[in-house]
Design a protein around this ligand. Sequence first.
Ligand code: GLN
Length: 208
Amino acid sequence: MASKAGDGDTLPVGVLALQGDFVDHEAALQRHGLCTRQVRTVADLNALGGLVLPGGESTTMLKLLDVDGLWEPLGAVLRSGLPVFATCAGMILLAEQVENPVQRSYALLPITVVRNGYGRQFHSGTFALNSAVLPAGTSGTFIRAPRITRVGMGCDVLASRGDDPVLVQKGPIMAACFHPELQPGSNPVVARFVAAVRKHAMLPAGGA
Ligand code: GLN
């Protein structure tokens, strides 16, 4: 799949494009000046500057990852130290423990998530976030979102909704319960990931 747009100063950011809102992620990254590549095959995982796991339905993504032979190769990239950004279903794929129901995951973030933990569609919407690292007034759009019920060692909470952590980071992996890619214009959460991609691109080859 050919790369699209961006100013070309980093390798393209791969956006897992099996299902979900991958097109919105691509548009958001391109608005922030990066080029993107839809990831559907093992070959699409070569020479990436970062990786995004989009929102959607995590159960469907799990099935398609198996069907397309991507489970292991994608796991290797996720563990490689590349900057990773995951939203919603993507975050569920990375959580150590998934409930409602219990399902398989890459277990790269020491968190427990409850799928649809804020209720179904009716409870979706845009809510204020509390954060020490995001500008005041930053909000998050939640759609049948997972709820984080445990954050383990080594995982930083970057933003909360009420008492609930909703944006977390461990090393090069950042994950959100909400959808910054759906908000128009520039977004501080997308910008944080873009900065990580640019920083990673300046490291010596093989650096993480
Ligand atoms: N409810 C979905 C799941 O459990 C996630 C929703 C989303 O990605 N917006 O996979």
